[in-house]
Design a protein around this ligand. Structure first.
Ligand SMILES: Nc1ncnc2c1ncn2[C@@H]1O[C@H](COP(=O)(O)OP(=O)(O)OP(=O)(O)O)[C@@H](O)[C@H]1O
Length: 579
């Protein structure tokens, strides 16, 4: 997958990459012609007693070389480094698309912060590797090889050997210090991660921190982390500060050797003064590529590690997918469960055990039970957020896995316990960014869920911005907006998973009444802790530790005098006490 993502991109841009590398080769090579022309100009000037006329052709060549280097460099930078940016965008889109195909079980094992880091830091490291670092290496290799070639072939082998003798030592020293820099840099990054995590945690949990007067402790903890980060940066500077002067020192030695032996060779007439000038020109040309070796190696190492991490995610196979011949029809809402047993990955005990029930189209099922009984799990399985064994959940007589996910989820709408509000308008939050619904439909869904009045009191009505930078909805308003979000899609099955817990009993009764009227002929599943929300259901099941303990209608369950009866009497006493 890693290779295929990169390969696919490189293949799609092979022409611009080929042209980019050709221009880069041309620019780097032409650049190394400059010292030679400069040297021969010096010789010509010396021969002609420093007259300008004989060197005019050379001057023209130098201008042409500079111009060609400018044009080719401009072209290759645009192509190679520009393609790096396109690669970054390509991988980001691939990753995002892939993340949306993965099921909740994937997300329950990964930290959100890590996933965000992959999407930002890792992709950027891959871009640096296949953009600027690749370009710098290729450019540097061509410049170094041709410069060294000219030093040996066009000037003098002995002089070149002597002058370049310290070079391997410089490179070895650079790689040695580079490794040290890298390990200290890793510590800086870890410290940076801790500091950002702390900031993020404090901002998200600001209400809890204030409510428990934890500001002072948190400031102290943050101070310690921040000082740790500063110290690790100082440790990094201690080694990184040594690198540039050491390299400069190494090259100064090269220049001294060149000056010492080169000038003697000029005096002895073994090389011309022009050759000597050209030689020093070549020596200057290789300084910058050699200096960047350490940086390039680090970028490559980081890029490959990042690519590995991205590959780990990209190679996770989505476990919930359409079967090859998936039914592309919206089911109508006849539900059956046959001995349904389900366990979460890694969980010791099953979340649900041997659940059998029949919910014909148009009926309402009530689900009640203590916390952790498996009520939300039942809802999640009906949306196929997790896979179940074939034949355990049937929708309209067909296995749930036979339907395309799109059609199944269009037909079954879940209003979860916690509603996610997007930082957008009320309207966008109801239609979920689909522009197929008219204003009339949006208002009708809002009226049915009893949120229309609240919306009309917002400053811009349906165009009011919600979220951090807009209006913050109360718990009850959020729940009602979530019900409108489900109703506008006119689902065959509506599942309210404790979706009325934040509204008062009177509002709950009015919403349920409104749903009863509007959803005639449609299937409903009402999961609730409050008996008042589901007492009118055609069938009620009492879940406990993943199994059905009792089932029946409100009346028959009361007559049984079991768990349901106990819950009912406890809730009645509670109501009377409050009254
Ligand atoms: N993603 C998950 N991974 C592992 N175990 C889970 C996961 N989600 C829920 N569980 C476990 O499955 C059991 C049933 O959870 P579920 O959320 O279905 O209960 P519930 O009846 O809806 O509870 P509540 O009324 O508190 O919402 C619990 O023991 C819970 O810890």
């Amino acid at each position: 997958m890693k290779d295929s993502v990169l390969l696919r991109f490189f293949k799609s841009r092979k022409l611009s990459y080929a042209a980019g590398f050709a221009f880069m080769f041309a620019a780097s090579f032409i650049q190394t012609l400059f010292p030679k022309v400069l040297g021969s100009s010096v010789d010509l000037m010396k021969e002609s007693g420093f007259a300008l006329r004989p060197v005019m052709t050379n001057v023209l060549w130098m201008v042409l070389i500079a111009l060609a280097v400018f044009v080719f460099t401009f072209l290759w930078r645009n192509m190679i480094i520009g393609n790096g940016r396109n690669l970054e965008c390509y991988i980001r889109e691939e990753l995002f698309r892939h993340l949306l195909t993965l099921s909740p079980s994937f997300y329950s094992t990964r930290k959100t912060g890590d996933l965000i880091a992959h999407a930002i830091n890792d992709i950027s490291a891959v871009r640096m590797t296949f953009g600027p670092a690749t370009a710098m290496s290729f450019n540097g290799i061509v410049i170094c090889l041709s410069s060294i070639y000219f030093m040996f072939a066009a000037v003098d082998v002995r002089l070149a050997l002597l002058t370049l003798a310290p070079l391997p030592l410089i490179v070895a020293l650079m790689l040695f210090i580079g490794r040290k820099i890298q390990s200290r840099f890793r510590i800086v990054q870890d410290q940076f991660g801790l500091v950002t995590d702390k900031v993020q945690e404090n901002i998200s949990g600001i209400r809890v921190i204030k409510a428990y007067a934890q500001e002072r402790t948190e400031i102290e903890k943050f101070g310690a982390l921040s000082r740790g980060m500063a110290q690790s940066n100082v440790n990094l500077i201690k080694v990184s500060a040594a690198l540039p002067p050491l390299i400069e020192f190494g090259f100064a030695v090269c220049f001294v050797i060149s000056l010492f032996y080169g000038s003697r060779m000029v005096l002895r007439g073994e090389i011309s003064i022009g050759d000597f000038v050209a030689f020093n020109g070549y020596l200057s040309l290789i300084v910058s590529p050699i200096v960047s070796i350490g940086r390039v190696v680090t970028i490559f190492q980081r890029g490959m590690a990042s690519l590995g991490r991205l590959y780990d995610i990209l190679s996770v196979k989505p476990d919930i997918m359409d079967s090859p011949h998936a039914l592309r029809v919206r089911p109508e809402g006849d539900i059956e469960m046959r001995h349904l047993t389900f366990s979460y990955e890694g969980a010791g005990v099953p979340g649900l055990t041997d659940i059998s029930l029949r919910l014909p189209q148009g009926r309402t099922l009530g689900v009640i039970g203590p916390t952790g009984a498996g009520k939300s799990t039942l809802a999640a399985l009906l949306l196929r957020l997790y896979n179940t064994a074939p034949g355990q959940i049937l929708v309209d007589g067909r296995d749930i896995g036979d339907y395309s996910l799109e059609h199944l989820r269009e037909s079954i709408a879940l209003v979860p316990q916690d509603t996610f509000v997007f930082a957008s308008t009320v309207k966008d939050n109801i239609v979920l960014f689909k522009d197929t619904y008219g204003d009339g439909e949006i208002e009708a869904a809002s009226r049915l869920s009893l949120i229309a009045d609240s919306i009309s009191r917002f400053p811009d009505g349906y165009d009011t911005l919600l979220g951090d930078r807009g209006v913050n909805l109360s718990g009850g308003q959020k729940q009602r907006m979530a019900i409108a979000r489900a109703l506008i899609r006119d689902p065959a099955v509506l599942i309210l998973d404790d979706a009325l817990s934040a509204v008062d009993a009177v509002t709950e009764g009015r919403i349920l009444e409104s749903l009863r009227r509007a959803r005639k002929g449609r299937t409903n599943i009402i999961i609730s802790h409050r008996i008042s929300a589901l007492m009118e259901a055609d069938e009620i099941i009492v879940l406990d530790k993943g199994a059905i303990r009792e089932r029946g209608t409100h009346e028959t369950l009361l007559q049984k005098g079991g768990m349901y009866y106990d819950l009912y009497t406890a809730q009645q006493e509670d109501v009377q006490r409050k009254a």
